[in-house]
Ligand binder design. Sequence first.
Ligand SMILES: [Ca+2]
Ligand SMILES: [Ca+2]
Ligand SMILES: [Ca+2]
Ligand SMILES: [Ca+2]
Length: 430
Amino acid sequence: MGGHLATITSQAENDAVSSLMGNASINEYWIGGTRECSSWKWDTNEPYSYNHWASGEPNNVDNVENYIVMNNGGYWNDERSSGTMYFGFILEIDSLDISATEEYNGHIYYRFDKGLNWTEANEYSKMLGGNLAVITSEEENEFVYNLIKEGSKELYWIGLYDPNKTKSFKWVNDEEYSYNGWSEEQPDCAGNSEFFGEMYRGNGKWNDNQNYTKGAEGFVCEIDKKVKNISIATMPDKTEYYLGETIDLTGMSLKVKYEQGADSVETTGFTANADMNALGKQTVTVTYKGATAKYEINIKCPKPEISFISKTDSSFELSWREIPLASEYAVLVNGSKSARTADSSCTVTGLNASTEYEVQVVAYDNNKVLESSEYAYITTARRITFSGAGTSDNPYLITNSQDLVCLSEMISLRMYISKTLRTSRRMTSI
Ligand SMILES: [Ca+2]
Ligand SMILES: [Ca+2]
Ligand SMILES: [Ca+2]
Ligand SMILES: [Ca+2]
Protein backbone atom coordinates (compact mmCIF):
# COMPACT_ATOMS: atom_id res chain seq x y z
CA MET A 1 0.00 0.00 0.00
CA GLY A 2 2.90 2.26 -0.54
CA GLY A 3 4.15 1.91 3.02
CA HIS A 4 7.71 1.83 4.36
CA LEU A 5 9.54 2.36 7.62
CA ALA A 6 9.43 6.07 8.39
CA THR A 7 12.01 8.17 6.59
CA ILE A 8 12.71 11.41 8.34
CA THR A 9 13.94 14.30 6.30
CA SER A 10 13.14 17.38 8.37
CA GLN A 11 12.81 18.60 11.94
CA ALA A 12 9.07 18.98 11.36
CA GLU A 13 8.78 15.33 10.30
CA ASN A 14 10.90 14.24 13.27
CA ASP A 15 8.62 16.20 15.62
CA ALA A 16 5.52 14.69 14.02
CA VAL A 17 6.83 11.14 14.31
CA SER A 18 8.11 11.48 17.86
CA SER A 19 4.77 12.94 18.93
CA LEU A 20 3.11 9.71 17.69
CA MET A 21 4.77 7.75 20.45
CA GLY A 22 3.06 9.54 23.30
CA ASN A 23 3.09 7.32 26.35
CA ALA A 24 3.73 4.12 24.42
CA SER A 25 5.13 1.27 26.50
CA ILE A 26 7.97 0.61 24.06
CA ASN A 27 10.87 3.05 24.26
CA GLU A 28 12.45 2.66 20.85
CA TYR A 29 11.09 2.26 17.33
CA TRP A 30 12.71 1.29 14.04
CA ILE A 31 12.77 3.93 11.35
CA GLY A 32 13.83 3.33 7.77
CA GLY A 33 17.56 4.23 7.66
CA THR A 34 20.50 1.88 6.90
CA ARG A 35 24.28 2.30 7.03
CA GLU A 36 25.90 1.39 3.75
CA CYS A 37 29.63 1.77 3.21
CA SER A 38 29.95 4.14 6.23
CA SER A 39 27.19 6.48 5.16
CA TRP A 40 23.53 6.54 5.99
CA LYS A 41 20.73 6.25 3.50
CA TRP A 42 16.97 6.06 3.65
CA ASP A 43 15.17 2.94 2.38
CA THR A 44 13.25 5.14 -0.07
CA ASN A 45 16.43 6.76 -1.45
CA GLU A 46 15.26 10.16 -0.24
CA PRO A 47 18.31 12.35 0.42
CA TYR A 48 19.87 11.82 3.85
CA SER A 49 20.34 15.47 4.74
CA TYR A 50 18.70 15.78 8.17
CA ASN A 51 19.63 13.81 11.31
CA HIS A 52 18.67 13.83 14.95
CA TRP A 53 21.20 11.54 16.65
CA ALA A 54 21.23 11.27 20.41
CA SER A 55 24.37 12.48 22.10
CA GLY A 56 27.24 10.01 21.47
CA GLU A 57 25.39 8.31 18.61
CA PRO A 58 25.85 6.80 16.14
CA ASN A 59 28.52 4.81 17.99
CA ASN A 60 28.38 1.60 15.92
CA VAL A 61 29.14 -0.76 18.82
CA ASP A 62 30.87 -3.93 17.62
CA ASN A 63 30.74 -2.48 14.16
CA VAL A 64 27.30 -4.01 13.55
CA GLU A 65 24.89 -1.18 14.36
CA ASN A 66 23.69 -0.54 10.85
CA TYR A 67 20.03 0.45 11.45
CA ILE A 68 18.26 3.32 13.18
CA VAL A 69 15.83 3.39 16.11
CA MET A 70 14.14 6.50 17.42
CA ASN A 71 13.63 6.82 21.17
CA ASN A 72 10.63 8.31 22.95
CA GLY A 73 12.27 11.73 23.02
CA GLY A 74 12.67 11.73 19.23
CA TYR A 75 16.45 11.09 19.27
CA TRP A 76 18.13 8.48 17.10
CA ASN A 77 20.49 5.62 17.92
CA ASP A 78 22.19 3.16 15.59
CA GLU A 79 21.27 -0.43 16.48
CA ARG A 80 21.98 -3.97 15.37
CA SER A 81 19.16 -5.77 13.63
CA SER A 82 19.27 -8.94 15.74
CA GLY A 83 19.48 -9.38 19.47
CA THR A 84 17.35 -9.64 22.54
CA MET A 85 16.00 -6.11 22.39
CA TYR A 86 12.39 -5.53 21.34
CA PHE A 87 11.62 -2.47 19.29
CA GLY A 88 8.46 -1.15 17.77
CA PHE A 89 8.45 0.40 14.34
CA ILE A 90 7.03 3.43 12.66
CA LEU A 91 5.33 2.85 9.33
CA GLU A 92 5.03 5.73 6.89
CA ILE A 93 2.32 5.57 4.25
CA ASP A 94 1.93 7.82 1.26
CA SER A 95 -1.40 9.51 1.41
CA LEU A 96 -3.89 8.40 -1.22
CA ASP A 97 -5.73 10.86 -3.37
CA ILE A 98 -9.42 10.99 -2.64
CA SER A 99 -11.23 10.53 -5.93
CA ALA A 100 -14.64 11.73 -4.78
CA THR A 101 -16.28 13.02 -1.59
CA GLU A 102 -19.98 13.03 -0.82
CA GLU A 103 -22.09 13.36 2.31
CA TYR A 104 -25.15 11.42 3.29
CA ASN A 105 -27.09 11.28 6.52
CA GLY A 106 -24.42 12.93 8.68
CA HIS A 107 -21.67 10.75 7.29
CA ILE A 108 -18.93 11.60 4.84
CA TYR A 109 -17.91 9.12 2.14
CA TYR A 110 -14.61 9.06 0.26
CA ARG A 111 -14.13 7.10 -2.91
CA PHE A 112 -10.59 5.89 -3.58
CA ASP A 113 -9.78 4.67 -7.09
CA LYS A 114 -6.76 2.85 -5.73
CA GLY A 115 -5.87 -0.82 -5.85
CA LEU A 116 -5.56 -1.92 -2.24
CA ASN A 117 -6.67 -5.19 -0.75
CA TRP A 118 -9.63 -5.20 1.65
CA THR A 119 -7.55 -5.20 4.85
CA GLU A 120 -5.33 -2.36 3.68
CA ALA A 121 -8.32 -0.38 2.50
CA ASN A 122 -10.07 -0.80 5.86
CA GLU A 123 -6.89 0.11 7.79
CA TYR A 124 -6.50 3.17 5.64
CA SER A 125 -10.14 4.10 6.29
CA LYS A 126 -9.58 3.69 10.04
CA MET A 127 -6.62 6.03 9.82
CA LEU A 128 -9.00 8.61 8.39
CA GLY A 129 -11.29 8.12 11.39
CA GLY A 130 -13.83 5.78 9.78
CA ASN A 131 -14.05 2.37 8.16
CA LEU A 132 -14.97 0.83 4.84
CA ALA A 133 -18.55 1.85 3.96
CA VAL A 134 -21.18 0.09 6.06
CA ILE A 135 -24.44 -0.06 4.16
CA THR A 136 -27.57 -0.54 6.21
CA SER A 137 -30.38 0.55 3.90
CA GLU A 138 -31.37 0.56 0.28
CA GLU A 139 -31.03 4.36 0.21
CA GLU A 140 -27.49 4.17 1.52
CA ASN A 141 -26.69 1.48 -1.05
CA GLU A 142 -28.06 3.71 -3.79
CA PHE A 143 -25.99 6.57 -2.46
CA VAL A 144 -22.74 4.53 -2.48
CA TYR A 145 -23.58 3.15 -5.91
CA ASN A 146 -23.96 6.71 -7.22
CA LEU A 147 -20.62 7.61 -5.65
CA ILE A 148 -18.74 4.81 -7.47
CA LYS A 149 -20.59 5.05 -10.80
CA GLU A 150 -18.06 7.55 -12.10
CA GLY A 151 -15.06 5.72 -10.62
CA SER A 152 -12.29 4.14 -12.65
CA LYS A 153 -12.42 0.73 -10.91
CA GLU A 154 -14.85 -2.08 -11.68
CA LEU A 155 -15.29 -2.98 -8.02
CA TYR A 156 -15.15 -1.13 -4.70
CA TRP A 157 -14.52 -2.69 -1.30
CA ILE A 158 -17.20 -2.10 1.31
CA GLY A 159 -17.02 -2.91 5.05
CA LEU A 160 -18.45 -6.41 4.76
CA TYR A 161 -16.45 -9.47 5.80
CA ASP A 162 -16.79 -13.01 6.98
CA PRO A 163 -14.50 -13.17 10.01
CA ASN A 164 -15.15 -16.82 10.84
CA LYS A 165 -15.14 -17.95 7.22
CA THR A 166 -18.54 -19.58 7.68
CA LYS A 167 -20.43 -17.63 5.04
CA SER A 168 -21.85 -15.44 7.70
CA PHE A 169 -21.01 -11.86 6.87
CA LYS A 170 -20.79 -8.89 9.25
CA TRP A 171 -20.07 -5.21 9.06
CA VAL A 172 -16.68 -4.02 10.27
CA ASN A 173 -18.17 -1.63 12.80
CA ASP A 174 -20.69 -4.19 14.10
CA GLU A 175 -23.73 -2.31 12.81
CA GLU A 176 -26.67 -4.63 12.27
CA TYR A 177 -26.41 -6.74 9.14
CA SER A 178 -30.02 -6.54 8.06
CA TYR A 179 -30.14 -4.93 4.64
CA ASN A 180 -28.35 -6.96 1.99
CA GLY A 181 -27.58 -6.07 -1.58
CA TRP A 182 -25.94 -9.25 -2.81
CA SER A 183 -25.80 -9.88 -6.50
CA GLU A 184 -27.57 -13.01 -7.71
CA GLU A 185 -25.93 -16.20 -6.45
CA GLN A 186 -23.62 -14.22 -4.16
CA PRO A 187 -22.05 -14.64 -1.73
CA ASP A 188 -20.81 -17.86 -3.29
CA CYS A 189 -17.55 -18.10 -1.37
CA ALA A 190 -15.98 -19.34 -4.57
CA GLY A 191 -13.09 -21.70 -3.99
CA ASN A 192 -13.88 -21.44 -0.29
CA SER A 193 -11.69 -18.36 -0.23
CA GLU A 194 -13.98 -15.32 -0.65
CA PHE A 195 -14.51 -13.58 2.66
CA PHE A 196 -14.62 -9.88 1.75
CA GLY A 197 -17.42 -7.76 0.34
CA GLU A 198 -17.30 -5.39 -2.61
CA MET A 199 -19.74 -3.48 -4.78
CA TYR A 200 -19.98 -3.62 -8.57
CA ARG A 201 -19.63 -0.24 -10.22
CA GLY A 202 -22.00 -1.43 -12.93
CA ASN A 203 -25.12 -2.09 -10.84
CA GLY A 204 -24.41 -1.40 -7.15
CA LYS A 205 -24.79 -5.09 -6.20
CA TRP A 206 -22.44 -6.93 -3.90
CA ASN A 207 -19.99 -9.78 -4.40
CA ASP A 208 -17.71 -11.65 -2.03
CA ASN A 209 -14.12 -11.88 -3.11
CA GLN A 210 -10.63 -12.85 -2.02
CA ASN A 211 -8.50 -10.39 -0.13
CA TYR A 212 -5.87 -9.89 -2.76
CA THR A 213 -5.03 -6.86 -4.77
CA LYS A 214 -5.68 -7.40 -8.41
CA GLY A 215 -5.80 -3.71 -8.96
CA ALA A 216 -9.47 -4.02 -9.79
CA GLU A 217 -10.82 -2.86 -6.45
CA GLY A 218 -11.05 0.68 -5.28
CA PHE A 219 -12.73 1.29 -1.94
CA VAL A 220 -15.29 3.48 -0.24
CA CYS A 221 -14.53 4.87 3.21
CA GLU A 222 -17.34 6.09 5.49
CA ILE A 223 -16.72 8.50 8.37
CA ASP A 224 -19.14 9.68 11.01
CA LYS A 225 -18.62 13.44 10.81
CA LYS A 226 -17.08 14.70 14.00
CA VAL A 227 -18.47 17.91 15.43
CA LYS A 228 -15.88 20.64 15.81
CA ASN A 229 -18.09 23.30 17.32
CA ILE A 230 -21.65 24.56 17.38
CA SER A 231 -23.21 27.99 17.49
CA ILE A 232 -26.78 29.18 17.78
CA ALA A 233 -28.20 29.97 14.35
CA THR A 234 -31.66 31.01 15.50
CA MET A 235 -32.66 31.68 19.08
CA PRO A 236 -35.56 29.77 20.59
CA ASP A 237 -38.90 31.59 20.56
CA LYS A 238 -39.00 31.71 24.33
CA THR A 239 -36.33 33.51 26.35
CA GLU A 240 -38.50 34.96 29.14
CA TYR A 241 -39.49 32.52 31.85
CA TYR A 242 -41.16 32.31 35.19
CA LEU A 243 -39.38 30.55 38.00
CA GLY A 244 -39.55 26.76 37.82
CA GLU A 245 -40.68 26.52 34.22
CA THR A 246 -39.08 24.02 31.87
CA ILE A 247 -36.77 25.18 29.09
CA ASP A 248 -38.58 25.37 25.76
CA LEU A 249 -36.29 25.07 22.73
CA THR A 250 -39.01 25.48 20.12
CA GLY A 251 -37.72 27.57 17.23
CA MET A 252 -34.04 27.08 17.98
CA SER A 253 -31.55 25.89 15.37
CA LEU A 254 -27.83 25.23 15.62
CA LYS A 255 -25.10 25.78 13.11
CA VAL A 256 -22.76 22.78 13.33
CA LYS A 257 -19.17 22.81 12.07
CA TYR A 258 -17.44 19.48 11.54
CA GLU A 259 -13.84 18.31 11.43
CA GLN A 260 -14.53 17.27 7.82
CA GLY A 261 -17.15 18.20 5.28
CA ALA A 262 -19.83 20.84 5.05
CA ASP A 263 -21.52 22.63 7.96
CA SER A 264 -25.08 21.73 8.81
CA VAL A 265 -28.03 23.37 10.53
CA GLU A 266 -29.74 21.17 13.10
CA THR A 267 -33.14 21.66 14.66
CA THR A 268 -33.25 18.47 16.74
CA GLY A 269 -30.91 16.18 18.61
CA PHE A 270 -29.68 18.67 21.20
CA THR A 271 -30.31 19.13 24.90
CA ALA A 272 -30.28 22.22 27.09
CA ASN A 273 -29.55 22.87 30.70
CA ALA A 274 -29.94 25.87 33.00
CA ASP A 275 -30.81 26.66 36.60
CA MET A 276 -34.52 27.34 36.23
CA ASN A 277 -34.95 27.91 39.96
CA ALA A 278 -32.92 31.10 40.11
CA LEU A 279 -34.13 34.59 39.32
CA GLY A 280 -32.74 36.97 36.74
CA LYS A 281 -30.39 36.37 33.80
CA GLN A 282 -29.43 32.71 33.50
CA THR A 283 -27.14 30.96 31.04
CA VAL A 284 -28.53 28.04 29.08
CA THR A 285 -25.95 25.48 27.90
CA VAL A 286 -26.93 23.65 24.73
CA THR A 287 -25.18 20.34 23.98
CA TYR A 288 -25.02 18.64 20.60
CA LYS A 289 -22.82 15.56 20.09
CA GLY A 290 -20.46 16.67 22.82
CA ALA A 291 -20.12 20.30 21.67
CA THR A 292 -21.73 23.15 23.58
CA ALA A 293 -23.09 26.64 22.94
CA LYS A 294 -24.67 29.12 25.33
CA TYR A 295 -27.44 31.69 25.35
CA GLU A 296 -29.16 33.78 27.98
CA ILE A 297 -32.67 33.73 29.31
CA ASN A 298 -34.41 35.89 31.89
CA ILE A 299 -36.26 34.28 34.76
CA LYS A 300 -38.95 36.29 36.50
CA CYS A 301 -40.87 35.69 39.62
CA PRO A 302 -44.42 34.58 38.90
CA LYS A 303 -47.37 36.71 39.94
CA PRO A 304 -50.01 34.92 41.96
CA GLU A 305 -52.69 37.39 41.00
CA ILE A 306 -55.81 37.17 43.12
CA SER A 307 -59.24 37.26 41.64
CA PHE A 308 -62.56 37.06 43.43
CA ILE A 309 -64.94 34.53 42.08
CA SER A 310 -68.18 34.72 44.05
CA LYS A 311 -69.62 35.75 47.38
CA THR A 312 -72.51 35.40 49.74
CA ASP A 313 -73.71 37.76 52.50
CA SER A 314 -70.86 36.64 54.74
CA SER A 315 -68.21 35.00 52.58
CA PHE A 316 -66.30 35.29 49.40
CA GLU A 317 -64.47 32.84 47.26
CA LEU A 318 -61.16 33.84 45.78
CA SER A 319 -58.69 32.16 43.47
CA TRP A 320 -55.13 32.95 42.35
CA ARG A 321 -52.83 31.93 39.64
CA GLU A 322 -50.80 28.85 40.46
CA ILE A 323 -47.13 29.42 41.09
CA PRO A 324 -44.50 26.98 39.86
CA LEU A 325 -42.73 25.25 42.76
CA ALA A 326 -45.47 26.09 45.25
CA SER A 327 -46.92 23.09 47.04
CA GLU A 328 -49.23 25.02 49.36
CA TYR A 329 -50.82 28.43 49.73
CA ALA A 330 -52.03 30.38 52.74
CA VAL A 331 -54.70 33.04 52.61
CA LEU A 332 -54.27 35.86 55.10
CA VAL A 333 -57.18 38.11 55.92
CA ASN A 334 -56.24 41.23 57.82
CA GLY A 335 -52.85 39.67 58.31
CA SER A 336 -53.92 36.90 60.57
CA LYS A 337 -56.95 34.99 59.65
CA SER A 338 -56.14 32.34 57.11
CA ALA A 339 -56.72 29.03 55.44
CA ARG A 340 -53.97 26.81 54.12
CA THR A 341 -54.54 24.79 50.97
CA ALA A 342 -52.85 22.99 48.14
CA ASP A 343 -55.52 24.29 45.75
CA SER A 344 -55.38 27.65 44.09
CA SER A 345 -58.73 28.79 45.46
CA CYS A 346 -60.44 29.07 48.82
CA THR A 347 -63.56 30.45 50.50
CA VAL A 348 -63.22 32.98 53.33
CA THR A 349 -66.19 32.97 55.66
CA GLY A 350 -67.49 34.96 58.65
CA LEU A 351 -67.31 38.37 57.01
CA ASN A 352 -69.39 41.45 57.74
CA ALA A 353 -70.88 43.62 55.07
CA SER A 354 -69.58 47.18 54.62
CA THR A 355 -66.27 46.26 56.24
CA GLU A 356 -62.78 46.63 54.83
CA TYR A 357 -60.56 43.55 54.72
CA GLU A 358 -56.97 43.08 53.68
CA VAL A 359 -56.34 39.88 51.70
CA GLN A 360 -52.99 38.27 50.90
CA VAL A 361 -51.94 34.96 49.40
CA VAL A 362 -48.66 33.36 50.40
CA ALA A 363 -47.22 30.51 48.36
CA TYR A 364 -44.93 27.98 50.01
CA ASP A 365 -42.46 25.57 48.62
CA ASN A 366 -42.61 22.88 51.24
CA ASN A 367 -40.51 20.50 49.22
CA LYS A 368 -37.52 22.08 50.85
CA VAL A 369 -36.62 19.93 53.79
CA LEU A 370 -34.99 22.52 56.00
CA GLU A 371 -37.16 25.16 57.51
CA SER A 372 -34.47 27.77 57.08
CA SER A 373 -34.48 27.28 53.33
CA GLU A 374 -38.25 27.34 53.03
CA TYR A 375 -39.36 30.32 51.06
CA ALA A 376 -42.51 31.87 49.81
CA TYR A 377 -44.03 34.31 47.38
CA ILE A 378 -46.53 36.72 48.68
CA THR A 379 -48.92 39.12 47.08
CA THR A 380 -49.15 42.61 48.43
CA ALA A 381 -52.20 43.13 50.55
CA ARG A 382 -55.27 43.67 48.54
CA ARG A 383 -57.70 45.81 50.38
CA ILE A 384 -61.31 45.35 49.67
CA THR A 385 -64.47 46.65 51.19
CA PHE A 386 -66.77 43.74 51.60
CA SER A 387 -70.25 44.86 50.80
CA GLY A 388 -72.12 41.63 51.28
CA ALA A 389 -73.76 39.98 48.30
CA GLY A 390 -73.95 43.32 46.44
CA THR A 391 -74.20 43.44 42.70
CA SER A 392 -72.38 41.04 40.49
CA ASP A 393 -70.60 43.71 38.42
CA ASN A 394 -69.06 45.68 41.24
CA PRO A 395 -68.99 43.57 44.33
CA TYR A 396 -65.86 44.93 45.95
CA LEU A 397 -64.03 48.17 46.28
CA ILE A 398 -60.41 47.60 45.49
CA THR A 399 -58.19 50.26 46.96
CA ASN A 400 -54.70 49.22 45.98
CA SER A 401 -52.81 47.18 43.46
CA GLN A 402 -52.17 43.47 43.73
CA ASP A 403 -48.63 43.30 42.48
CA LEU A 404 -46.23 40.86 43.87
CA VAL A 405 -43.63 41.53 46.53
CA CYS A 406 -41.20 38.75 45.51
CA LEU A 407 -38.91 40.52 43.05
CA SER A 408 -35.22 40.80 43.20
CA GLU A 409 -34.75 41.36 46.91
CA MET A 410 -34.53 37.79 48.04
CA ILE A 411 -33.07 38.82 51.39
CA SER A 412 -35.94 40.96 52.46
CA LEU A 413 -38.28 38.36 51.09
CA ARG A 414 -36.80 35.73 53.34
CA MET A 415 -36.92 37.90 56.40
CA TYR A 416 -40.54 38.48 55.77
CA ILE A 417 -41.23 34.85 55.21
CA SER A 418 -40.08 33.39 58.47
CA LYS A 419 -42.63 35.56 60.22
CA THR A 420 -45.33 34.51 57.82
CA LEU A 421 -44.49 30.89 58.27
CA ARG A 422 -44.87 31.03 62.01
CA THR A 423 -48.23 32.61 61.55
CA SER A 424 -49.42 30.02 59.15
CA ARG A 425 -48.05 27.12 61.20
CA ARG A 426 -50.10 28.26 64.14
CA MET A 427 -53.14 28.55 61.98
CA THR A 428 -52.59 25.15 60.48
CA SER A 429 -52.68 23.58 63.88
CA ILE A 430 -56.04 25.18 64.75
CA1 LIG B 1 9.27 10.60 5.23
CA1 LIG C 1 24.31 2.96 18.93
CA1 LIG D 1 -23.40 3.58 6.90
CA1 LIG E 1 -18.14 -14.22 -5.07
